[in-house]
Design a binder for this molecule. Structure first.
Ligand code: FRU
Length: 489
């Protein structure tokens, strides 16, 4: 296999500069950029009984740039092994970037399908940007782009749809056929999801439009995923330019899901409304795989296009969420951290029936790498606050207001100096009984799961790591139970 000089250069750069980053400066148990910048998870897939994760990658700086595919793998979704960069923008048809895509195991090979961004001459002097779908085949370490790329050129886009916004394929197999959904922009300028099929991964044909926005759910749709959990067919998309509706969609770019039914013969998808997947400030472009044991696992980019707060001194930018197990309960998507996290629990502490009034700290409950569940029982108060990553200068607050049934995350005082969105609130569905707030805290992030995964809220913050305290306070009296585990990887 001939490796291009562009790929070799990126691999060598990564190997050289990865050692310049102090490992203590990274998150402990969340995947993060080896060096430079990462965005969307790509090609999250099972291959040879291991789980592979690729990612949009610009190793050369902590900012977005010409996209490569970085590559890592894991056996348990928690510990990752870095592999050589898999794809670089080194062909005429992807020279402006290897954008997001997908992977699948077929005939013992690992197949990547990604979006090539190129310039197409339209006969005159003009060179217009185009997006097309391409294939690379590999063995889990090295990947080769196939000769007949692009496999889905712009000529296969339905008439009237954008030739520039056509990206992020997600592939699956059904019987002998391969299918791929691709995000696109229809005549009205808003998002739609196109379905293509193939018998051999090289020759593709357009099948149908699976769903479209009609300018109701944001503008361009990005990063589709289409899969079933039991009899529920789920479409995930990441729409740009969403307008805020109450507490929902306050973040510009959001990730949403809808549950419906899919007639595989007619390729017709009937759906209900779209719901926000995660109410946090930093969650986008999630992708799922089916694990060996049948679980549907989702991982998302734990960052935001709009609200960048990472300090300029960092030589890396971008993290992924904890992989999450997805299930469906009462027609809603339920998310919980993969159970493998429990294998890394240490120093577990449990408190029951603690009365919270003025601000208190609980012995052995502190730190920046923990999995903590606070169960709030009865009380007479307006707001209960849990403060994390706290020292005399900084704090990040997670609060619960029972009368509104709202959980709020606030990083205003986390030490940031950027004037972007710092607060996010979510309304809980359950409105009787105790309220459970599970906080998965890592050095620079909090993933909050309420009531056993009914809602999720993911936010980053970059408080100096010596802020380790955790406190509980209330403007009346509340009774809580707390279970905390340190995470040691
Ligand atoms: C989503 C996205 C994708 C695109 C990639 C480029 O975050 O905009 O649509 O393929 O990022 O890096």
């Amino acid at each position: 296999m001939n490796k291009s000089s562009i790929l070799s250069k990126a691999q060598n750069y990564e190997n050289e500069f990865i050692n310049n980053i102090d490992i203590q400066e990274k998150p402990l148990f969340h995947f993060s950029a080896p060096v430079g910048w990462i965005n969307d998870p790509n090609g999250f897939s099972s291959f040879n009984k291991e789980y592979h994760l690729f990612y949009q990658y610009h190793p050369y700086s902590a900012n977005w740039g010409p996209m490569h595919w970085g590559h890592s793998k894991t056996k348990d979704f928690i510990k990752w092994e870095k592999l050589p960069i898999a794809l670089a923008p080194d062909e005429e048809y992807d020279k402006k970037g290897c954008f997001s895509g997908t992977a699948i195991e077929a005939d013992g090979k690992h197949i990547l399908m990604y979006t090539g961004v190129c310039e197409e001459s339209n006969g005159s002097e003009l060179h217009a940007e185009r997006q097309i779908q391409c294939i690379a085949i590999g063995d889990g370490i090295n990947y080769e782009k196939i000769e007949c790329n692009p496999v889905i050129p712009t000529s296969m886009i339905p008439e009237g749809s954008s030739l520039i916004d056509f990206r992020d394929p997600k592939i699956w197999r059904s019987g002998d056929k391969f299918y791929s959904v691709v995000a696109s922009r229809s005549e009205d300028g808003s998002g739609q999801i196109l379905l293509y099929s193939s018998n051999n991964l090289k020759d593709w044909e357009f099948v149908t439009v699976i769903d479209k926005s009609n300018n109701e759910i944001g503008r361009m749709w990005e990063c589709p995923d289409f899969f079933n959990i039991d009899e529920n067919q789920i479409l995930i998309i990441s729409p740009q330019e969403m307008k805020a509706e109450g507490l929902r969609f306050q973040n510009g770019s959001n990730a949403v899901y809808t549950i419906g039914t899919y007639d595989e013969e007619k390729h017709s998808f009937t759906r209900k409304d779209y719901n926000q997947i995660d109410y946090g400030l930093d969650f986008y472009a999630p992708q799922t795989l089916k694990a060996e044991d049948g679980r549907r696992i989702m991982i998302g980019w734990m960052h935001s296009w709009e609200n960048r707060i990472i300090p300029d001194s960092f030589k890396w930018c971008g993290m992924m969420t904890i992989p999450r197990e997805l299930t469906v309960r009462d027609g809603l998507l339920i998310q919980n951290p993969v159970r493998e996290i429990e294998n890394y629990y240490k120093n577990s502490v449990e408190y029951t029936d603690i009365l919270v009034k003025d601000e208190i700290r609980l012995d052995k409950i502190s730190g920046r790498n923990i999995d903590m569940t606070v169960e709030i029982m009865d009380g007479d108060y307006n707001e209960l606050q849990i403060k994390v990553a706290k020292n005399s200068e900084c704090e990040t607050t997670i609060s619960y207001e029972p009368s509104k049934n709202i959980v709020t995350f606030d990083r205003t005082y986390s030490g940031t100096n950027r004037g972007v969105l710092h607060r996010s609130s979510m309304k809980l569905k359950k409105n009787d009984g105790n309220t459970k707030i599970r906080i998965l805290l890592d050095n620079y992030s909090a993933e909050i799961f309420t009531n056993d995964g009914e809602e999720a809220m993911t936010c980053t913050f970059y408080t100096p790591l010596d802020a380790q305290d955790i406190s509980f306070s209330c403007d009346g009296t509340a009774k809580i139970n707390v279970i905390k585990h340190d995470i040691v990887v």
